[in-house]
Design a binder for this molecule. Structure first.
Ligand SMILES: C[S@@+](CC[C@H](N)C(=O)[O-])C[C@H]1O[C@@H](n2cnc3c(N)ncnc32)[C@H](O)[C@@H]1O
Length: 255
């Protein structure tokens, strides 16, 4: 119910390229957001297989990131259907990486690894993806092997512990895609932790900003931060550009 109400608010607020004053955003919007999102046939074949997989797996309850999977057995097919992004959004993630030439990428919340496969599609990308559930990690690793991806590193464990440890050993992050615990405090915490290591041209993407009141509150808080130079609400996700040299603004745009 909340999601439907939130969509109406988004729909009433959203605009298209004519509202964009920033040349940086105009180019990104017309060339990436509004361009055709090409699906990867190999990854979509993996998605199709997962969507038919009736096997049940035990899930660890990791709070609101897995609200729909709360601490019980779920079929692989229902996880693929409910927890994974729509193919169009997955393909968009890949286009973002190609457009900016990002290399150091992290994903919080691997689940079955479908977005990981798009995030790691460019050979030069080094993707680190974080997931707490051991059974999901295994399924994701199987898909990464099937797609012969050698540029994905899965970090298994509670992100509250694994992310700070990872950040101590990492030099820089170009793109951080946050799609794990969808609660107010963890979301702000992940954002703040990543900020420290983001490159100047870096981008933080927050999934599901319209999913709940808490996520919307977290988004409103984040876009008020001085580091959030240019922000874009695309409904499926919120984008936070950090480069202080680009024209600032907060936009709500059609995806
Ligand atoms: C929405 S799903 C991620 C979907 C995935 N990015 C995709 O689109 O294919 C969120 C995932 O985050 C994981 N998660 C949530 N909170 C976590 C935590 N504190 N530590 C580790 N994993 C967590 C859940 O187990 C769940 O698999």
């Amino acid at each position: 119910m909340y999601l439907q109400f939130s969509y109406i608010k988004y729909w009433l607020r959203r605009s298209e390229e004519h509202s964009i004053h920033s040349p940086f955003l105009f180019n990104f919007y017309t060339q990436v957001v509004r361009s055709k999102h090409a699906l990867d046939p190999e990854v979509e074949a993996i998605r199709e297989t997962l969507l038919k997989d009736k096997n049940l797996i035990d899930l660890v309850d990791y709070g609101a990131g897995s609200l729909i999977n709360k601490g019980k057995k779920k079929s692989v097919k229902s996880i693929a259907k409910i927890s994974s992004s729509p193919p169009k959004f997955s393909a968009f993630l890949h286009q973002v990486i190609s457009y900016f030439g990002y290399q150091e990428v992290i994903e919080l919340g691997t689940s079955l690894g479908l977005n990981s496969l798009y995030l790691s599609k460019d050979d030069k990308v080094n993707l680190t993806t974080f997931e707490g559930d051991p059974n999901l990690c295994k399924k994701a690793r199987d898909s990464f092997s099937e797609a012969q991806r050698t540029n994905i590193h899965v970090v298994e464990g509670d992100i509250n512990e694994t992310l700070p440890a990872f950040l101590q050993t990492t030099e820089r992050i170009d793109l951080a895609y946050l799609d794990a615990n969808h609660k107010f405090e963890p979301t702000l915490n992940y954002f703040d932790l990543c900020l420290d290591k983001m490159s100047k041209n870096g981008l933080i993407i927050l999934d599901d900003i319209h999913w709940s009141k808490e996520m919307w509150k977290a988004w409103k808080e984040i876009i008020s931060r001085p580091e959030a130079i240019l922000t874009v609400d695309l409904f499926d996700a919120g984008l936070v550009f950090l480069n202080p040299d680009i024209q600032p603004g907060n936009y709500t745009l059609t995806f």
